[in-house]
Design a protein around this ligand. Structure first.
Ligand code: UD1
Ligand code: CA
Length: 437
């Protein structure tokens, strides 16, 4: 238990120029979840924070729409124009006027930060009775980050931004992670005194360190061992590196828990996917969003599972199969070349190669459900036009287009009858070789 209340300020107003994108930086996704979502989730998961303020500016409507749709304890605050990270935090002043607690400031572009780290960071701040704590980490290549500046006695006295740093400061490998814990009562006056006379002409949040040191306040740095967690996304190269880091963590955790992954380098699995022990994941499988997969399943090679999917035990999802937002019960097979979307499959269902659930009407833009009950099977190349139900033990003939519900134990087939024209080819050849003038 902490002695003070905690609120957070999440910085998400910047354009993210180096992303070279129309989409605001913080809405770029990893496994279909925006970078900003990772940060808000980690902050919330600490269990310490009662309210989040998200600073929005560039494409504010888009960022705000995402936040309002997904979070009830987050409020967006507009920063326009964007005059720097210090100016961004200053925008929360009206909401925090009488607040007597800790304010966590964190950048919306550091998706790898975990709730455990944020929690121990806040604990550290409290135990040390600090006024200001800055998270730092050691980087062999500290480029792009602000450097932690210490005096002769190793006392933390300032942060120097890369663009303002002297050659000597640039050599420092301890960097500012961009995560701060602020005793709001004692440190918030700093925001009114920030200056923008620096290389970028911005109001730097980092300058509150110098201010607090001058006021003889208790300023601490919390050095993080695992520098991967504070990796800030500034470009699409960084984004791809963050995906790799997060994926490796997920995949290693799953293998520890008994999932067999043949080639971890080609498999991508979102952090919100649970998989049971003894399930085998074959190469080139891509799983995004929130899913639950049981035990003793075999997934892949080359399959995609999108969010909202629940798969039971002993299920086979084979090559070139896409599953979206579907429930699949035990002992069912979807072995090859199929699309199963917005569907419910019972147990012991067999889906023939090339079966498609046609779930989307592009004119009405409505998505409908396909229900396939226990023991039913579909022949190869069937199209099931939703909404439609295939009842228990029913059978669909290969090549059928199913538009009506199928009764239990019956066969449905829409294929036109097969006809044979005997010697048709032979006659054609004879005609062409001059038999008839
Ligand atoms: C910042 C820090 C740097 C630190 C690094 C860690 C400052 C001055 N520098 O640099 O010391 O090492 O983060 O990743 O704080 N933003 C706003 N409004 C603005 C400007 C930025 O909301 O006016 C937001 C951005 O959307 C972003 C975050 O603040 O989420 C950080 O901004 P960015 O430009 O990426 O700062 P860095 O140069 O990385
Ligand atoms: Ca950054």
């Amino acid at each position: 238990m902490l002695t003070r209340k905690v609120k957070s300020v999440i910085l998400a107003a910047g354009k993210g120029t180096r992303m070279k994108s129309e989409l605001p930086k913080v809405l770029h996704t990893i496994f279909d979840k925006p970078l900003l979502g990772y940060v808000i989730d980690s902050v919330n998961k600490t269990g310490y924070v009662s309210e989040n303020f998200v600073i929005v500016g560039h494409e504010a409507e888009k960022v705000e729409a995402y936040v309002n749709e997904n979070y009830t304890n987050a409020k967006c605050v507009l920063q326009s124009p964007q005059l720097g990270t210090g100016d961004a935090v200053n925008k929360t002043m009206p909401y925090l006027k009488d607040f007597d607690g800790y304010v966590i400031v964190i950048c919306g572009d550091t998706p790898l930060i975990t709730s455990e780290t944020i929690k121990s960071f806040i604990d550290f701040h409290e135990i040390n009775e600090a006024d200001l704590t800055v998270m730092s980490a050691i980087f062999e290549n500290p480029k792009n980050y602000g450097r932690i500046i210490r005096d002769k006695n190793k006392k933390f006295i300032a942060i120097a931004e890369e663009k303002d740093a002297t050659a000597e400061q640039k050599a420092v490998k301890e960097v500012n992670a961009g995560i701060y814990c602020i005793n709001w009562k004692t440190v918030s006056p700093a925001f009114n005194s920030l200056q923008n006379n620096n290389a970028q002409g911005e109001y730097y949040l980092t300058d509150i360190v110098k201010w607090a040191v001058n006021q003889n306040l208790n300023v601490q740095s919390y050095i993080l061992d695992n520098n991967e967690e504070i990796f800030g996304i500034n470009s699409k190269l960084h984004l791809s590196q963050a995906i790799k880091i997060l994926n490796r963590k997920n995949v290693e955790k799953l293998m520890e828990d008994g999932v067999e992954i043949i080639d971890p380098d080609t498999v991508y699995i979102s952090p919100e996917t649970e998989i049971g022990a003894d399930t085998i994941i074959l190469p080139n499988v891509y799983i995004t969003g929130k899913n639950k997969i049981g035990s003793h399943c075999k997934i892949g090679p080359f399959s995609q599972i999108r969010g909202g999917t629940q798969i039971g035990n002993n299920v086979r999802i084979g090559n070139f199969v896409e599953i979206k937002k579907s429930i699949i019960k035990d002992n069912t097979n979807v072995s090859h070349l199929s699309y199963i979307g917005d569907s419910e499959l019972g147990s012991k269902v067999n889906i023939g190669a090339g079966t498609i659930t046609a779930n989307y009407n592009p004119i009405s833009k409505i998505k409908s459900k396909t229900i396939i009950k226990d023991g039913a099977n579909t022949g190869s190349n069937s199209v099931l036009v939703a909404p439609v139900t295939i009842n228990e033990m029913a059978s669909i003939g290969a090549g059928s287009v199913i538009t009506k519900d199928v009764e239990p134990y019956s066969l449905a087939i829409t294929r036109s009858p097969m006809r044979i024209f005997s010697n048709w080819v032979k006659t054609k050849i004879e005609q062409l070789s001059g038999g008839i003038k």
